[in-house]
Design a protein around this ligand. Structure first.
Ligand code: PMP
Length: 420
């Protein structure tokens, strides 16, 4: 039986060995971005030291070496999410750029006035604003799927909201605030039944679940390298080949063309048609290392450890006086969102920061969700498998002291309301 050792795992992350505000860093903001292991940092530097050149262009050794590493990374990602072809893997800057690409290319070329785009109340702004922009340009209309009491998209409303007028259904695999797995199988089946395309924002799911895009049967799946131990500035757009073939380019420039003359331009084959200009080669190469790293560790033992983190954290948090969870049931991934009655979120986050504890407070780029919940914001603790039970104990101790008034933490400033 494989065995996951969080302490050994943790040793591979240099930043986690540091102090912040003279205290050992406790990093509980992994939903925003994860820390990077030494092997990823090395891959990034090694690329610049040993292989740096532009890809797909020159016939010299370094360019060939860089191109090989770049394309091997694409193949590593293809295998990681079980896409049918590496032509379906498009490099982007991140999830946000991927959704903008789909909305800009597919959306602008296919949508017309009166067509409907279905989103949900729990979407990140990255999966709302690009659709609002395309709706404004095309006259398409946005409709919103409500949430059930357990925080996932309400399955009972699928047939009512996703109709013959629906052309796109775009939703998160897991919300960055709620942390629960959405019923994708049912959502995708309903979208297919009405002929709509499905766009799945996998930003929060990819580091925690094993994702198989063919089994999901979605049309698009997006994620960011930096949330899965990889560098910032790299993301993946998976798209079904037939759809990508039909779609017009998103940006123009070098690399994405076959021939250019002033009489007209013909475009490169996939995936290059969507990769204009010099890409983030070092980032992509380092990301391949992050994918290998995650594959090595992401077994059942890794998942069992995450489940133990969830159970332990929920149990401890429930005992804090005045806590109000956004969703009362335990999350599926270690993301815990809540408010503390009588305390201002920002004051709590600042008090924790002074103890070297990094958490997130605010609207979490999900303002429509906050409005739905009648909250101005909330606190979020998001864990990775390098977080230990001792760290959880430490955070709970500080939160408890704040609530008891034994630590500064903005007592009794606002009354928090709202929860699913
Ligand atoms: N969707 C979700 C659910 C997210 O959590 C995030 C990042 N917080 C994004 C989209 C956007 O990702 P990025 O900023 O890497 O493009």
């Amino acid at each position: 039986m494989s065995c996951f050792d969080p302490l050994k795992f943790r040793q591979q992350f240099p930043l986690l060995q540091k102090h912040v505000n003279e205290k050992p860093l406790i990093y509980f903001d992994n939903g925003a971005t994860t820390q990077k292991p030494q092997c990823v940092l090395d891959a990034y530097q090694d690329y610049y030291k040993a292989s740096n050149a532009n890809v797909h262009r020159a016939s010299h050794v370094l360019s060939a070496r860089a191109t090989r590493a770049f394309e091997e990374a694409r193949e590593a990602v293809r295998t990681f999410i079980n896409a049918a072809s590496s032509k379906e893997i498009i490099w982007t800057k991140g999830t946000t750029e991927g959704i903008n690409l789909i909305a800009g290319s597919w959306g602008e070329s296919q949508l017309k006035a009166g067509d409907e785009i279905v989103l949900s109340y729990s979407e990140h702004h990255a999966n709302i604003v690009p659709w609002q922009l395309v709706a404004e340009k095309t006259g398409a209309v946005i409709k919103i799927l409500p949430l059930s009491n357990n925080g996932t998209l309400d399955e009972s409303k699928l047939a009512e909201v996703i109709t013959a007028r629906t052309k796109v259904v775009a939703c998160a695999h897991i919300s960055n605030v709620i942390g629960r797995i959405n019923p994708l199988e049912k959502i995708i089946a309903r979208a297919k039944a009405v002929g709509a395309i499905t766009v799945i924002d996998g930003a929060q799911a990819i580091a925690h679940l094993s994702v198989d895009v063919q089994a999901l049967d979605c049309d698009f799946y997006l994620f960011s390298a930096h949330k899965m131990f990889g560098p910032t500035g790299v993301g993946v757009l998976y798209g079904r080949l037939a759809l990508l073939e039909q779609m017009p380019p998103y940006q123009g420039g070098g690399e994405m063309i076959q021939t250019v003359s002033f009489a007209g331009t013909s475009f490169n084959e996939l995936p290059f048609k969507f990769e204009a200009g010099t890409p983030n080669i070092a980032g992509v190469v380092a990301f391949a290392q992050a994918v290998r790293f995650l594959r090595t560790h992401q077994g059942q033992a890794f998942r069992d450890y995450e489940q133990k983190q969830i159970t332990y954290m929920m149990h401890k948090l429930q005992n804090i006086h005045g806590i109000r969870f956004i969703v009362s049931e335990a999350p599926d991934i270690p993301v815990f969102s809540f408010t503390l009655r009588g305390h201002h979120n920002h004051d709590i986050a600042t008090a924790l920061d002074s103890r070297g504890i990094a958490i997130r407070s605010g609207h979490h780029c999900a303002m429509p969700l906050m409005e739905y919940l009648k909250l101005s914001g909330c606190l979020r603790l998001s864990l990775a498998p390098y977080n230990t039970f001792a760290e959880i104990d430490e955070v709970i101790e500080v939160l408890t002291a704040i609530v008891r008034g034994e630590e500064p933490g903005g007592e009794h400033k606002v009354a928090s309301v709202g929860a699913l």
